[in-house]
Design a protein around this ligand. Structure first.
Ligand code: NDP
Ligand code: 8X3
Length: 251
């Protein structure tokens, strides 16, 4: 798609979502910005100018998602790009001591929220025979790490859900891409560690993480590819992150 797009971004109040809003505003696209923190959405709208519609919405609320998407005013209702970005990790405890409320929050946001949004937006895309769903997966959905239990599980779901959407949408011109980043410095670790700033900043100590702008630039590029090209999955990491060998407990 090279023409002007209507881009709906969930989780636009911070991190990747806010950077994406700035990237698409810079290319003259029309924006629908979603998040729970209204004051941040309004501040972003004031900063960006242009055609921006904001919706305060918790993506875990199925009825609210359905109502909000059905109520989008023209021309914001013809969504060309849905960026299912709202998501989070909560905690890094091993499974045997993890907080079940944290697990519920991750499952409800990263899995259910993504499916609610996709189900609400896809019929319009198929009817217009035009659209692109971008889902935010993670390297955590492919590579296990201690404490990644449910977070990684939710992102593995996002990966497979994205591929299965492609299977369902074959024959339409609706594209689906799963973006799978490694470490990027946003509010992600602050949220994971319940606002513990020093623990969050230690995650990125002594290395150069990716930035929200790095991720936004890649997603922007993927959505501006010629319409006959579908990037299925795209995994990216900072140069200073790689893989480890198998862990073995020896007696
Ligand atoms: P941030 O914490 O900086 O931003 C997360 C955004 O999600 C916020 O705007 C937040 O807005 C929104 N959000 C969270 N819960 C809800 C909800 N229930 N309803 C609506 N919006 C919600 O994190 P990132 O920008 O880093 O993360 C964005 C996505 O990228 C997530 O899916 C994350 O899992 C994924 N990711 C992040 C990586 C990283 O290293 N940073 C790497 C790989 C993937 P508000 O609180 O206002 O609702
Ligand atoms: C976020 C990347 O490595 O912290 O999805 O799980 S990681």
């Amino acid at each position: 798609m090279t023409d002007r797009l209507t881009v709906l971004i969930t989780g636009a109040t911070a991190g990747f979502g806010a950077a994406l809003a700035r990237a698409y505003a810079a290319s003259g696209d029309r924006l629908v910005l979603i998040g729970r923190r209204t004051e941040r959405l309004e501040a972003l709208k004031a900063e960006l100018g242009g055609e921006v519609h904001v919706v305060t919405l918790d993506v875990r609320d199925r009825a609210a998602v359905e109502t909000a998407i059905a109520a989008l005013p023209a021309p914001f209702d013809a969504v060309d790009v849905l960026i299912n970005n709202a998501g989070l990790a909560r905690g890094l405890n091993p499974a045997q001591s993890a907080d079940l409320d944290d697990w519920d929050t991750m499952i409800d946001t990263n899995i259910k929220g993504v499916t609610y949004m996709a189900r609400a937006v896809l019929p319009g895309m198929v009817a217009r025979d035009r659209g692109h769903v971008i889902n935010l997966g993670s390297v955590a959905g492919t590579y296990p790490y201690p404490g990644g239990n449910v977070y990684g599980g939710t992102k593995a779901f996002v990966h497979q859900f994205s591929l299965n959407l492609r299977a369902d949408l074959l024959g339409s011109n609706v594209r689906v891409t799963c973006i799978e980043p490694g470490m990027a410095e946003t509010e992600f670790s602050l949220v994971r560690f319940s606002g513990d700033d020093s623990r969050a900043s230690k995650v990125y100590e002594g290395m150069t993480p990716m930035s929200a702008d790095d991720i936004a630039g890649v997603i922007h590029w993927v959505t501006k590819m010629p319409r006959h090209v579908n990037v299925n999955t795209l995994e990216l990491m900072p140069v200073m992150q790689a893989f480890n060998n198998f862990a073995i407990k020896r007696s």
